[in-house]
Design a protein around this ligand. Structure first.
Ligand code: GRF
Length: 203
């Protein structure tokens, strides 16, 4: 299977996935890393790993629709079986999401369905949550709303702030995202209706 990874920032999840594909001898290939921000730190990390890199600056497009159409064309040049959103900070159009139905994953730093959207760590703290975490889910038209695939839970400590929570959550991101990708490329994970299915079981 061929994987295209979309990033906007530091690319640490992209690195975790690319390294797992390589080191765990997955029958898969990172066909490209595509980034919408020319200054993103993740670009160099992809180049260091000899991964094909494409920069598609959303600011060069006048509308979300135009950007998404160009992005779709660019992705499809690499003929991916799986599209991985790894800190890709763009809201996607319905056409784009529909085009990758059942073959696009995202990671979101909360225990979905809790805390969709931004500032998840601070919001979990403000609510006095005792647990927080991160979710990998299939992408559907509902923002941060597609079926969950895997979650990691962390305990919230009394002295945590948003920054410390984010750091501990990120460590878990780098554990669970490669697991989800591995399941998918091994043909064990799929989306059926609005559910994720692993090894034939609805999860
Ligand atoms: C992660 O915290 C992810 O949960 C969020 O964006 C961040 C991406 O980090 N959606 P990185 O670019 O993979 O380092």
């Amino acid at each position: 299977p061929r994987i295209v990874i979309l990033i906007s920032g530091s690319g640490s999840n992209m690195v975790a996935i690319a390294d797992a594909v390589k080191n765990e001898n997955m029958e898969a290939e990172v066909a490209a890393v595509i980034c919408n921000r020319p200054e993103a730190a993740g670009l160099q990390k992809a180049r260091d790993r000899d991964l094909p890199v494409v920069v598609l600056d959303h600011k060069a497009f006048t509308s979300r629709e135009d950007f998404d159409r160009a992005l779709m064309a660019q992705i499809d040049e690499f003929a991916p079986d799986l599209v991985v959103l790894a800190g890709f900070m763009r809201i996607l159009t319905a056409d784009f999401v529909a085009h990758y139905h059942g073959r696009m994953l995202n990671i979101h730093p909360s225990l979905l369905p809790k805390y969709q959207g931004l500032n998840t760590h601070q919001r979990a703290l403000d609510d006095g949550e005792s647990e927080h975490g991160v979710t990998v889910h299939f992408v559907t038209e509902e923002l941060d709303g597609g079926p969950n695939v895997i979650q990691a839970v962390i305990a919230v400590n009394d002295d945590d702030d948003a920054n410390s929570l984010q750091q501990r959550v990120q460590l878990q991101e780098h554990v669970i995202y490669p697991i989800a990708v591995k399941w998918f490329v091994e043909g064990r994970l799929s989306m059926i209706g609005n559910h994720a299915r692993l090894d034939g079981n609805v999860i």
